[in-house]
Design a protein around this ligand. Sequence first.
Ligand SMILES: [Zn+2]
Length: 218
Amino acid sequence: MRVETTCPVEIVSMRSVANSTMALRLFNHARERVLAMEGVVKGQSALANAPIAFPYRSERLCGAPRQCFELTVPCVSALKPEHIQFIVTRVRLEGVNADWKSGCGINVEIEPMEPLSDADRLKLASTLSPEARCYAKEYSEAWRCVCGRISERWEKRCPVCGLTEETAMRCTKDALVQVTREEEHHPIIPIEDTPAPRKPRFALFRRTAAVLLSRNQT
Ligand SMILES: [Zn+2]
């Protein structure tokens, strides 16, 4: 899947409905609501067997912040599902003056977000980021944070949750499995609540000094 790194929305899945509509599930990376989107659908016409491209515009959306939302786009022709490209060129966010427009980031080929297992989500939410939702992933030109955001390699900190790339890369699926296994082999012993009684630090010195003094006196 090809995405632009700065784009506030990411396609999670898409399917054709009744040959004339596309139903998409998108994820809103932003902290503001998605109000409107526009872009281009490219594909291969199923009837004419020829390349086809048509623009779309969706207004009155209500894409909640940091959540998935649904979008339906009418198609001008039935498309072959294996060739569909859904391109986002503009996104309007609630309370943000300027719309996001394509051209601000770089296009990278990425895999879909890989959701965390329940156990890993609980673990990461309590230790690293309450927004953790997927495994981190490294690409040649970009990296995906545990909150889902895609950043370019020069960006060393995630603009959404603030995690550094270095920390995020310890939360890839392989790394996290490794950490979990290490913990199983070397269980962490919890620190006792009651502190051990303090030993007098100078007791030995005092005793030695007393012996020396008594020797000198005799
Ligand atoms: Zn993040």
